[in-house]
Design a protein around this ligand. Sequence first.
Ligand code: F3S
Length: 283
Amino acid sequence: MKVTTAKTAGFCFGVRRAVDTVYEQAESCGGPVYTYGPIIHNETVVEDLEKRGVRVINSPEELEQLTEGTVIIRSHGVEKAIYDKIERLGLRCVDATCPFVKKIHRIAERESRAGRHIVIIGNEGHPEVEGIKGWCEGGVTVISTPEEADKFALSEGNQVCIVSQTTFNYNKFQELVEIFLKKSYDISVLNTICNATEERQREARSIAKQVDAMIVIGGRSSSNTQKLYEICRKECKNTYYIQTLVDLDSKPFQSIGHVGITAGASTPNKIIEEVQKHVRIKF
Ligand code: F3S
């Protein structure tokens, strides 16, 4: 049985870096360790970290209760006010914000200081977007639909700087930017979309085209895994969606020579490796 596992399966660079940071801190730092928000949307990982003494802080109010320890900022990043609070409380801060997100914070801070109104193309309420908003020193608007872009209005002479949430769809971003460019403001557009998701999808599609069966690993409620499944299913009828090795049925693989494996953004490497090993040895 030949097995091809996607190089982009599972955690992207920023999430891997953040998860590794939490494990390192849990092991080495001695005092209590907290993450500001769950480090990743994967219960197994969060529970495993809990066993190692890592607690999740869910709000500024909870943060306010802490008197000692280390607070780790996850890959999504946070608003400036949270860093200030951590410092004021005398806590230690370990920043695992993805560098691509950090770059947007810098742009938002610099451009709003220079007097530009910041437009974030992204989803209101998403933690990354909330974080970016919190680095703007002047006006900021979050836009996710053409209707909102149409309605956007500022008084004349205003300068606008457009950035995007890292995981926003590129075509939708372009469509919204077009609407802005028709307005007669002084507009600068910075495409800050990260291509990790797109690359994962591209690789999954290309593997699915070559194999006899495809396994997609990820949580049932993970929308990026569902999307991966749909992409693979289009190219390869024998595509199976599993959460862990337990869900894998060997029957459909009996007369198959080449299997492909990919996984959603919050699937830990350990699960991917388990599935890969099992398929190689047992099928
Ligand atoms: Fe991941 Fe950072 Fe991109 S967290 S999706 S590598 S912006």
